[in-house]
Design a protein around this ligand. Structure first.
Ligand SMILES: *Cc1c(COP(=O)(O)O)cnc(C)c1O
Length: 432
């Protein structure tokens, strides 16, 4: 039984009206930039509720949702396992400022499924996880330099918001206003899928083991193994940012799929069951460098929050090997129907699949292997397809570099409906 949230009865049920009002109090009307539709144009829909594969906006329009909170939701929206765990947890209070059995159980669940995570620290977002991992890697190694890959995304962490050049390594260029050059002076940006040569100044290499923020780009054969060997050669830590891939690609994340063991792993999204969460896990000796045992400070008023850990445990509990098998099948099916739909309209596009992740690339080029190639995607063509799909009742992410997320709610019928919508939308986008 769906319950409507307690919105005031006199609230106008109009996306345009409510978004305009949001813009009067929230910068750009949103609390995370991509939601503002700047990349595709137009006015965002405001979601009132969601269920399984669907979101419903304030006007009552239903969309098949391929955003799924950018991957945080994997069981489908409002899954009863999550909502009942949340209701029970909320009745016991929402935050205590003391240790809880719930955080113990979630940390154990993560550690049991991801063997490299001998110790796990919970926090509130993927961004907090990556910024903590930066501090921890530097504190543990006594080195400052961080290496990241062009086109990988690690959240809103100053040290990791460095601008990348193409081809050559670049050092110390801020990726956004407000990041001082000093914050990225020790951050080096190198091309994805090429193992960089490191030296003994490097504290850590941060990598998305499957890149899922420049479309979806698989690691080239030997890339992750090569990073492991090069980090070992110079005594640098290898950090897998599995905020998207963790518990989405499979039980053991990307490291389980590719058989490469990082020193540290950052998590977020799926492990919170749709509530705010982040985590850093890794080797015991490194993790115990965190306070209170060690010299690297970390703290958080809401870290290990009882609601987030309850939702996360409920989500992980549903993610059996069979569930991942199902998700892999759905991802392959989604890619197939979208590919066929675009081909039927003569719209050049590809939808690369890596396990349960589906990417998008618009244009005649080959499937990208790095960010320079990914950037050749035709953003205007994508914007046209995006809006045509929205008009057909299918919500894609409002940006050409996002992944498409399928969940357990995307049944065969739903995928078929996406295919039918895409066939009509591709024709509209081509006429565009
Ligand atoms: C989403 C994401 C983050 C940031 O997580 P937030 O919870 O949004 O702060 C970090 N790294 C990767 C790979 C992500 O996809």
């Amino acid at each position: 039984m769906t319950q409507l949230p307690p919105l005031p009865l006199d609230l106008p049920r109009s996306n345009a009206e409510l978004f305009a009002r949001s813009c009067e109090v929230i910068p750009g009307g949103v609390n995370s930039s991509i939601r503002a539709f700047k990349a595709v144009g137009g006015t965002p829909y405001l979601v009132e509720r969601a269920e399984g594969p669907y979101v419903f906006d304030v006007e009552g329009t239903r969309y098949i949702d391929l955003v799924q909170s950018y991957g945080a939701v994997i069981l489908g929206h409002a899954h009863p396992a999550v909502t009942s765990a949340l209701a029970a947890a909320a009745a016991n209070g929402t935050s205590y400022g003391a240790p809880t059995p719930g955080e113990l159980l979630l940390a154990e669940a993560i550690s049991a499924r991801v063997p490299s995570c001998e110790r796990v620290r919970l926090m509130n977002s993927g961004t907090e996880a990556t910024s903590t991992a930066v501090r921890l890697a530097r504190g543990f190694t006594g080195r400052d330099r961080i290496v990241i890959f062009h086109g990988n995304f690690h959240g809103a962490t100053d040290a990791l918001l460095a601008a990348g050049g193409s081809g050559v390594a670049t050092l110390g260029l801020p990726g956004t206003a407000g990041v001082p050059a000093s914050a990225v002076a020790s951050t080096m940006v190198v091309p994805y899928n090429v193992v960089p040569q490191l030296d003994d100044q490097v504290a850590a290499v941060f990598v998305e083991p499957v890149a899922a923020n420049m479309g979806v780009v698989a690691p080239a054969p030997g890339f992750l193994e090569g990073l492991r060997a090069e980090c070992d050669r110079v005594g640098a830590l290898l950090v897998f940012d599995e905020v998207i891939t963790g518990f989405r690609l499979g039980t053991g994340g990307a490291q389980g799929q590719y058989g490469v063991r990082p020193d540290l792993t950052t998590f977020g999204k799926v492990i919170g069951g749709g509530l705010p969460i982040g985590a850093v896990g890794g080797r015991r000796d490194i993790m115990e460098t965190l306070s209170p045992l060690g010299k690297v400070f970390h703290a958080g008023t809401l870290a290990g929050n009882p609601l987030a850990t309850a939702a996360g445990r409920a989500a992980l509990g549903e993610l059996t090997p069979e569930a991942y098998e199902l998700l892999r099948g759905r991802a392959a099916q989604l890619s197939a129907v979208l590919t066929a739909a675009c081909a039927s309209a003569g719209l050049p596009a590809s939808f690369p699949v890596v396990g349960t992740l589906v990417g998008m690339f618009f244009g005649p080029g080959a499937v990208p292997t790095n960010f320079d190639e990914a950037k050749t995607t035709d953003e205007r063509l994508y914007a046209a397809f995006f809006h045509a799909m929205l008009a057909e009742g299918v919500a894609l992410a409002p940006g050409a570099y996002e992944a498409l997320f399928v969940g357990l709610g995307h049944t065969d019928d739903v995928i078929d409906a996406i295919g039918a919508a895409a066939t009509r939308a591709a024709a509209v986008a081509m006429r565009g």
